[in-house]
Every structure is written in structure tokens, then in C-alpha cells.
Design a protein around this ligand. Structure first.
Ligand SMILES: *Cc1c(COP(=O)(O)O)cnc(C)c1O
Length: 420
């Protein structure tokens, strides 16, 4: 079994805790930049390639600014996400707007920003026309239904709420053209947290064939194919990371065989990955407050599901390192819990760990994406701080922890009037 490593020692974390109390998420800038460079270099074999970071995975402006510097665009799906993108300086076609069940004001904002609008349904053409007008460039999200298998996070495409059917895709491009659209893109997202490179190559093949079919039947030329996000990360120590090179080269081969052969070159390839861009480079640091021995042995931490929902929500595995006990034998079995009054508030169930004592510091791995971002205030729990471990070893607080005052910020006891 390979070991999961940390970019900091127990001593370094103890020093940080003196200034920023636990729990907090800490992100590793050096590793984020290095991975971004590798990702963009590998996919650079595809002419005109662009990666749009899925903002929902980690909407911290400092992080988004770093990814902008590395050369990524952003994928937004709500008004606040569009607003963050705008404030950081993302403009026009650097922004992809892939939403579903979308309110009119979000389409208006996306149009103002000049974002690429990706429609989730054929009926949204009329909705968009009325709300904000039809832009020159329009994209549709394809749901292949029974033609593809999903996985447990995203579900089967056939049961997923997203996208248009095959027949609707053909109609949608013609309808959009009739209403004035001149440039056309195509999107899909059929998998989440997938480690098999072949799956993404299959998705590209499916999309390239559809681009050919659309061209044959309507004369419409697809300008870009957005393959969505969904590249997985090795949450478990024995898993292997996805090879970007293998995916990129497989997509290129499919491109040559389908797009080039059918004389549709050039078609740009886009991705909108979130998890693989940040997931492995964030850690939730939490302190052990209690140990209890009942029918099982429980380690109670000062973090909870509000700081990291994935284990409770999907039964997802997140590796845990007990700082300073890295070389101790894993001869105890614990459930590692948070303090919500919900029994699924557990970071680990029946996990083999070294003997843990009160005051021990745990690093919960792979919280850089879909970690802090999924936070909530249920049970009066407050969101933690986010810290950035800089390349020079210094630490920057990039979001402070919520306070009780924040929790009350949306309440106004004095002016509240009964509605009648
Ligand atoms: C969530 C999401 C993504 C990012 O998915 P990852 O698994 O984080 O790569 C990309 N596109 C859309 C439309 C999404 O909903």
C-alpha cells in the first residue's frame, strides 16, 4: 500500500494552530500550481484546448485567481459564481455558464458577462430568448440516457435530470439557428470521480460522432466539444491517479479518427474539471476533543459534516493521518465523528488508525474540492477558515472562520414584522 503524504509536519501545523485555531482547510499552493501546469501541458496536444475550472468545487477567490494565472477559465452555475468570476477578472468566453433549472436573472448576468451559455433543455431556448435574448454562441448539454452508464456519485444518465435527449439535440441546434445563433458548442457530463482513462475517451468518441451526425443532418458545424468534469482522484492510498497524458492522447486519437476524417477539423476541446484540479491539494485539520468507548470506539473531533460533507453524503472515503503518529502501527479501529446530531456525521467508519488521544491533530486528506464548498449551517455549525500554504512556506488566511455574529447576520429581530 502506498502512503499518502502531507506537505507539512506536525510541528508546522502546531505553529499554524496557535494563530488559526482548528478546524480549518489548508491548501498547498505549490502542488496546485504544479498539477495545473501538468494538466494544461498534457491536454495542450489538443489544438485550442481550454479548461474551465468548476467554481462549485472551490469558490475561494484566491484559488480562482491562481488558476486564472495558470491559464484556466471558469465554469459557473449560479449568480454568485458568475459574480465571483467577474470580480476576479474572468471575461467573455473565459466563462462557461453550465446551469440547470436556471432563473432568468442568471441568464441576464451571463449574457452581460459575455459568458458561453450552455443550455440544459430544449425549452430553455425560448426561456433564454425572453429573458436575455439569444447570443451568437450557444451550447447544449447532451444526456445520452441508456447509451452510457454513470457511477454512484452522478447516477445513471437515464435517471439524471441533466441535458437534452439525442432527438432534442438535433432539434435544438436548428431552433437556435432559426432564432439567430451563429456559433455552436456541445457539452456533456456523464461521470463523476472516475479513475478509468478509457471512460473519458469513450465520452469524447460519443460526442465527436454526435457532432458528425449534427453536421450531416443540419449542416451545423460544432465549434467546440466540452467533455465536462469528472476526472477522479485517488482518495484511497492504493488507488492510482488518472494519467492526463493517456486521456489527452486517447481523445486526440478519437478526434483524428472521427472529426478529422469527416473533415470537421477544427473543433476545440474543452473540459470543466473541478475535483482533479484541487482535490488532492487540500486538507481539513481538526483536533480530537473526545474519545468514547461504547459498542464501538469513537474519536470526536472539532470539525463536522459542515466542514466536509462527502463521507456523510456519499459514504466517500477520505484518508486520515494522525499527525506525529505516521509510523505508528494501525492497530486500533475507530469511527471518527463530528458533533452534528446526525449519526451520518462521521469522517470514517471502522477505520484502522494508530491509538488516538485527546488533543491529537488529524489531517483529513483530499478536501481541496467539494470540501469547504459544500459547507452549511445546520445545527448551528459554523464554516471554518481556509488557509493557503504559500510556495515560500508562509501561511495566508484566504477566508476567515464564520462567527456567531455571521450566523445571525440574516436575522433582524427588531424590525421583523408579522406578515398579514
Ligand atoms: C460538478 C460539475 C463539474 C465538476 O466536476 P468534477 O467532478 O469536480 O470534475 C463540471 N461540470 C458540471 C456541469 C458540474 O456540475
Amino acid at each position: 500500500m502506498t502512503q499518502k503524504t502531507l506537505p507539512f509536519t506536525r510541528q508546522e501545523i502546531m505553529k499554524i494552530i496557535k494563530k488559526y485555531p482548528t478546524p480549518f482547510h489548508i491548501y498547498d499552493e505549490r502542488a496546485i500550481r504544479q498539477n495545473a501546469t501538468e494538466f494544461l501541458k498534457a491536454f495542450g496536444v489538443l489544438e485550442g484546448f481550454r479548461q474551465f475550472f468548476a467554481v462549485k468545487a472551490n469558490p475561494n477567490p484566491f484559488i480562482l485567481k491562481m488558476l486564472k494565472e495558470e491559464g484556466m477559465g471558469v465554469d459557473c452555475s449560479s449568480l454568485p459564481e458568475l459574480e465571483i468570476a467577474e470580480r476576479i477578472g474572468f471575461k467573455g468566453e473565459q466563462v462557461m455558464f453550465s446551469s440547470n433549472d436556471t432563473p432568468a436573472e442568471e441568464f441576464i448576468k451571463a449574457r452581460k458577462l459575455g459568458a458561453i451559455i450552455n443550455l440544459d433543455d430544449i425549452s430553455h431556448i425560448a426561456f433564454l430568448e425572453k429573458a436575455a435574448g439569444i447570443p451568437q454562441l450557444i451550447c447544449f448539454r447532451y444526456n445520452p440516457g441508456p447509451a452510457r452508464q454513470g457511477n454512484e456519485i452522478i447516477g445513471k444518465p437515464e435517471e439524471a435530470k441533466y441535458g437534452l435527449t439525442k432527438a432534442q439535440m438535433l432539434q435544438a441546434y436548428e431552433l437556435a439557428r432559426k432564432k439567430g445563433a451563429k456559433r455552436f458548442g456541445m457539452h456533456t457530463m456523464v461521470i463523476s470521480n472516475e479513475l478509468n482513462e478509457g471512460y473519458f475517451i469513450e465520452t469524447a468518441r460519443m460526442m465527436f460522432k454526435l457532432a458528425v451526425e449534427i453536421h450531416d443532418k443540419t449542416g451545423i458545424k460544432i465549434e467546440f466539444v466540452n467533455l465536462g468534469g469528472g476526472i477522479g482522484i485517488p482518495y484511497k492510498p492504493e488507488q492510482k491517479p488518472v494519467s492526463y497524458r493517456k486521456v489527452a492522447e486517447g481523445v486526440k486519437k478519437a478526434y483524428d479518427e472521427i472529426i478529422v476524417k469527416n473533415r470537421l477539423h477544427p473543433v476545440r476541446i474543452f473540459t470543466e474539471c473541478g475535483r482533479v484540479i484541487l482535490g488532492p491539494y487540500g486538507y481539513l485539520i481538526t483536533k480530537v476533543n473526545h474519545i468514547k468507548h461504547i459498542y464501538r470506539d469513537y474519536v470526536g473531533t472539532d470539525a463536522c459534516m459542515a466542514n466536509l460533507m462527502r463521507p456523510g453524503m456519499y459514504g466517500a472515503y477520505h484518508h486520515i493521518t494522525v499527525l506525529g503518529k505516521e509510523s505508528k502501527p494501525l492497530d486500533h479501529i475507530y469511527d471518527v465523528t463530528g458533533g452534528l446530531c446526525e449519526n451520518n456525521d462521521k469522517f470514517a467508519i471502522n477505520r484502522k488508525l494508530p491509538e488516538i488521544g485527546i488533543g491529537d491533530i488529524l489531517a483529513i486528506h483530499d478536501t481541496g474540492a467539494h470540501g469547504f464548498a459544500m459547507g452549511f449551517n445546520y445545527n448551528g455549525k459554523l464554516r471554518s477558515a481556509e488557509l493557503l500554504l504559500r510556495e515560500n512556506g508562509s501561511v495566508l488566511q484566504i477566508r476567515r472562520a464564520e462567527t456567531v455574529k455571521d450566523y445571525f447576520a440574516t436575522l433582524d429581530f427588531k424590525s421583523a414584522k408579522e406578515f398579514s
